[in-house]
Write a protein that binds this ligand. Structure first.
Ligand code: NAP
Length: 286
């Protein structure tokens, strides 16, 4: 536990390329102010050529960071360069959170945790069904496939425009996962208890597609990891068709929790104040 009277400033980062649109400094800055910890969290633009050197600076302590977040395009390289990625990050082949312990760079991936914690908070009982449909098979889908599988869904169906990408995930995550082309979506949705959009469809209001949610189980939950806009066209459609919905902003907020705890020694809370702060920032940049 970090004593708030400790004079040494603990510094953490989010690094990516580009990085200026990241909302992580807003989130961690809020928690730092709230908890009165002597810490700082900054955005670092690190190009792929400089990333290995950045990790070396973290390992040696020369950079002065205690750890940080890693985002596109460094998540896979971070997992490879870390001395000790945990089990989930190793299976994913991607890490988003790093910290130094005993001179070693340790790594984990908190995206799946963020996804499940958001649903736990906003729709408890979401994980009681057997059949889940994951629409999309891009970078963000991976951690969600893993998390939904690990919550015990016995059938996890990935539907993607490019079926080969869905197949890759099915092969990686085991026998309870299957891959399907987009034109099979309606059939695959029959009786499903959970529908997750992980595609970028609807992001910034673009490329919206019409989905008939009626094949889902009547008490199914529909969630979208796209959170700009907060109410995506897909969530609008699901709500109008009578389904429970959960937006994707909480995934972003909750995935930040384990990192903050590692670097600054206190587990922060995702509450309405934080959510409103990020929504206001989204509105200001709309
Ligand atoms: P990505 O790797 O580029 O994958 C994009 C996915 O969307 C692929 O499955 C792609 O299908 C599909 N897609 C794109 N346009 C489509 C269209 N017109 N019709 C059907 N499918 C289409 O992106 P990503 O990194 O996974 O991110 C996806 C979304 O998740 C983004 O909007 C991102 O902002 C959001 N996200 C949210 C959070 C959060 O914390 N809430 C975290 C991460 C990402 P193909 O494979 O066929 O190209």
């Amino acid at each position: 536990m970090v004593d708030s009277r400790e004079t040494k400033l603990r510094r953490a980062f989010v690094c990516g390329h580009p990085i200026k649109h990241s909302r992580s400094p807003l989130i961690h800055g809020h928690w730092l102010r709230q908890s009165d910890i002597a810490g700082r969290y900054t955005a670092e633009d690190v190009s792929p050529e400089n990333f290995a050197g950045f990790i070396e600076g973290l390992r040696s302590g020369e950079s002065g960071f205690v750890g940080g977040n890693v985002t596109i395009p460094h998540k896979e390289t971070a997992c490879r360069l870390a001395d000790a990625p945990d089990e989930l990050a190793t299976e994913l082949g991607a890490a988003n959170t790093l910290w130094v312990e005993d001179g070693k760079v340790r790594a984990m991936n908190t995206d799946g945790y963020g996804f499940t914690a958001n649903l736990d908070a906003r729709h408890p009982g979401w994980d009681k069904g057997a059949r889940a449909v994951i629409f999309g098979a891009g970078g963000a889908a991976r951690a969600i496939v893993q998390a939904v599988r690990d919550r015990g869904f016995s059938q996890v169906h990935i539907v993607n425009r490019t079926v080969a990408r869905a197949q890759e995930l099915a092969d990686r995550f085991g026998p309870r996962i299957s891959a399907h082309p987009q034109d099979a979506l309606g059939e695959i949705m029959q009786g499903a208890n959970l529908f997750i959009n992980t595609t970028s469809v609807g992001m910034d209001g673009e490329n919206a597609i019409d989905i008939d949610f009626s094949p889902l189980a009547s008490d199914a939950v529909v969630t979208d990891i796209v959170y700009v806009p907060l109410m995506t066209p897909l969530l609008d459609q699901a709500k109008a068709q009578g389904f429970a919905i959960v937006d994707g902003l909480g995934m972003l907020l909750h995935q930040a929790v384990p990192g903050f705890e590692k670097w600054f020694g206190r587990r922060p809370v995702v509450d309405e104040t934080l959510r409103s702060l990020v929504v206001a920032d989204m509105d200001a940049h709309a």
